[in-house]
Write a protein that binds this ligand. Sequence first.
Ligand code: DLL
Length: 439
Amino acid sequence: MTAQNAAPYMFAPEFERLDRAGLRRLQLERLKALLAHAYANVAHYRKSFDAAGVKPDDLKHLEDLARFPFMVKTDLRDNYPFGLFAVPREQVVRLHASSGTTGKPTVVGYTEGDLNDWANLMARSLAATGARPGDVVHNAYGYGLFTGGLGFHYGAERLKCSVVPMSGGNTEKQVGLISDFGARVLAATPSYALNIAEVAESMGVDLAGSGLQIGVFGAEPWSETMRAELDKRLGIRACDMYGLSEIMGPGVAIECEHRCGLHGWEDHFLFEVVDPDTLQPLPMGAQGELVITTLTKQALPMVRYRTRDITRLIDEPCACGRTHVRILRVTGRNDDMMIIRGVNVYPSQIEAVLVGFPGVAPQYLLTLSRQGSLDHLTVETEALADESEDSRTHLAHQLRHHIKSIVGVSCEVIVRLPGELPRSMGKAIRVRDLRKQDG
Ligand code: DLL
């Protein structure tokens, strides 16, 4: 974008527009301080750096980071609850934790300064989607140990929006308040946003005709077809928001109004993509596992955290004028990848086929089981209307062919009656893996 064009509104233009050389200089300076802070204050880093034969002072260039060891989720569990904190616990003014169903939760902490940075990053993220001071932001992310609710809350306040701290659930009430309060921005998981759209339609409330204009959706993978569906049914521009609690929470990366990849905030985070098997860094543009290093976090510095999320980075300039690297939509987590008879499939690929298919509602559940020695995938979805069994069987047949030709896997498809599948209140459960129970 040239200087003659009207500059778009930015919350922190001095950082968002910083040229790439300036960004790299800032990253290097911050990274040196971060490594020294982690090494001096966290036993785990001292041990792992020593074992790898590296010291913070060995980092002279950003590329030297590749010599430092990775962090993984089990490192957080092994140091439960506060073992990775780099400041005395008394300086940690907020705790969040994962809702993990197995094992110990992963606990994360923030100093006052960390919370201030987080609110600023969330404010700039919301502004990038088109939100403006004075907007009513309806926040349907869950409040509590999950970082979504409070993360959006303080960011929207920092942007000087009017926040409606709704959390998930009580969907009919949500629909009423979105209309009555004139929300311009809806913040929710995409699956819960769909639930809101459906309930509004069943109540005869036209949210597409309301003041709602922007959706800020994330916390789970979602496809372009789901985006088109949400744009249409809610009358909004749906933007993708990425983040994870280990790194901060929401606000790590955001799609701007151009929706062509998510700007990852490089003044606070350093992004790498590595080959998930060899763990070698990959060049710009190559697909692999996203690895993130925090550059400013005080309570819980993270060095080379393996997110397990699969994506690509691009550093071409964006029409919005922001210079920060773009993270392409996260297709899914390494852990969520299903291997069905040798074919690698992410749930979002199946979603892309189902959503928008004529006569089919955008709801689905995937079940993996074993038939003999072979993996078996069952795709359950719903008909849009109360169709007869014959026509649902016909639909199922069509879908099976489509999934086979587009995604490349054979599966069984069951088309259920409207409303039969469970609805999401937050992060949707899309996959049931019965193979693990089979042993
Ligand atoms: O989900 C933080 C968040 C809240 C992000 C609200 C966006 C909006 P966790 O519960 O720690 O944190 O889960 C993080 O969720 O590693 C991804 O696998 C997945 N994820 C998050 N955002 C996206 C997205 C929050 N936009 C994990 N697309 C991450 C795909 C996403 N997956």
